[in-house]
Design a protein. Structure first.
Length: 173
């Protein structure tokens, strides 16, 4: 398919006699649809991570369930679906696989296993709940700037408080 696409571009570029077209310039710089395909397919990566988090896949692997059959029983999913999801997470770099057994990468073990003290989603979920409550308060009551300012200040303090342990675990501070 790519060869056909490139052939068509060359024909189009050669149709302009004596002019250097922008298509020819692109061809000389190695035209690549990678950026476009990455943007179009990025929803798949997001959906895979979301599914793994909702199924608690990372915690199950951290607890020693390493085969797709064990993971399917633990997470309440089909074995085939668990194998497909886990293999995709291996390709993305969130899991590793050796001899049919899945394992956590260092990053996944630190940030995505519920038992980890640096579990990233613990702070993230509390932040999203607070944002939702802040927005609900603003939508359901008459506009009161002072009340909103106080809630925003409380939210900011809690956000910082939730993210400080994570930053210490990752040596960011």
């Amino acid at each position: 398919m790519r060869k056909h696409f490139l052939r068509c571009l060359l024909k189009l570029a050669s149709s302009r006699v004596g002019q250097r077209s922008s298509i020819q310039s692109l061809m000389m710089n190695r035209l690549s649809p990678g950026l476009f395909l990455d943007a179009v397919n990025s929803y798949q990566r997001t959906a895979a991570i979301k599914a793994a988090i909702e199924l608690d896949l990372f915690t199950a692997i951290g607890q020693g369930r390493e085969t797709s059959q064990e993971l399917a029983l633990s997470c309440g999913a089909s074995e085939r679906g668990m194998r497909i999801l886990s293999d995709y997470l291996v390709v993305m770099g969130f899991l590793r696989k050796k001899r049919g057994r899945y394992g956590l990468t260092v990053d996944s073990a630190m940030l995505l296993d519920r038992r980890s003290p640096a579990y990233y989603l613990r702070s993230w979920r509390s932040v999203t709940r607070k944002v939702q409550s802040l927005n609900a308060c603003r939508e359901n009551s008459p506009w009161d700037y002072e009340s909103f300012r106080k809630r925003r200040a409380r939210f900011t303090r809690r956000l910082v408080f939730n993210l400080i342990p994570l930053s210490h675990m990752l040596d960011l501070v």
